[in-house]
Design a protein around this ligand. Structure first.
Ligand SMILES: [Zn+2]
Length: 282
């Protein structure tokens, strides 16, 4: 038995505000009101046996080497938004291959073409994970539940068509969220520590410095593989080996949670992860 802990966080009374991270310009509006009223966190721990099954089924091990959670040391998940494409994404895959590292790509459904799908298939074959960043990259906190579900299923179905697995995690465009989204999307919500790498004015060195100074065990790092984001590719030439030198294993998002023995919430709980071990909603 792996002794996983399943944590169910019952959190109420919070206000969900837009976070100024993710790609594109941030919106300062507040996304949603509060729910429930208990306040604070109430972790509930269930039996290990139940949770081993849940973790394996929901966040299976197909995308990473077969090893026990206890065999991991420090882990970190590099994630890339806004692909796939045939220019920048392959260069990132080359680097991941060179350093024997894995990462996760949060793809936009409308960017998946016959050509870019081949890149996605390559990523998957390299042990990377393909996740969901909506179909149209719109402000989904302004959509109806039906529109939200259509965005998600379009992308997940297309990913499944090409790689044989549906998407497992969701990153909201612009990190714009509301309760309707948490109620409508049956996947854990993922944020991450970013370095504003969608902005051309942020230099390669600034990207390197920011990522390396932020990196902590269990973190999700938010980067972009937009078609001409070559500065991030260049930054990765330093970031990847340097993180490895510091003892981090570069893993997928599924693997990150697996390594920490945590089942991320995917119900209506308004929670979005920047670190796999975080107890707070944000
Ligand atoms: Zn994006």
């Amino acid at each position: 038995m792996n002794g996983f802990l399943k944590r169910t966080l019952l959190i109420g009374g919070i206000t969900m505000a837009m976070l100024a991270s993710g790609c594109g310009s941030a919106d300062s509006s507040t996304a949603a009101g509060s729910s429930a009223s208990s306040g604070g966190e109430t972790p509930a721990v269930t039996t290990a046996a139940t949770t081993v099954t849940t973790a394996a089924e929901t966040f299976g091990t197909t995308q990473h080497p077969e090893k026990e959670a206890s065999e991991y040391g420090k882990v970190i998940a590099l994630t890339f938004d806004d692909g796939p494409n045939t220019t920048c994404t392959p260069l990132i895959l080359d680097l991941l291959q060179k350093y024997n590292a894995r990462a996760s790509f949060f793809v936009i459904g409308d960017n998946i073409t016959e050509e870019s799908a081949q890149v996605m298939k390559r990523a998957y074959a390299q042990g990377c994970e393909i996740n969901n960043h909506s179909r149209t990259h719109s402000y989904m906190n302004k959509m109806t539940a039906e529109e939200i579900k259509a965005e998600i299923s379009y992308t997940s179905d297309l990913v499944e068509k090409y790689i044989g697995e549906p998407t497992r995690f969701f990153r909201p465009p612009y990190i714009a969220v509301n309760q309707t989204m948490f109620d409508s999307i049956d996947m854990p919500f993922i944020n991450g520590k970013g370095c504003n790498d969608w902005e051309e004015k942020v230099t390669v060195q600034q990207r390197i410095d920011k990522v390396l100074e932020m990196a902590e065990d269990g973190d999700i790092i938010l980067l972009h593989d937009q078609p001409s984001n070559y500065q991030t590719v260049e930054a990765l030439e330093t970031i990847i080996p340097e993180l490895q030198k510091q003892g981090f294993e570069l893993v997928t998002v599924s693997e990150l949670f697996f390594a920490k023995g945590i089942t991320p919430v995917s119900d209506s709980t308004p929670k979005i992860y920047t670190n796999s071990m975080q107890e707070s909603n944000w």
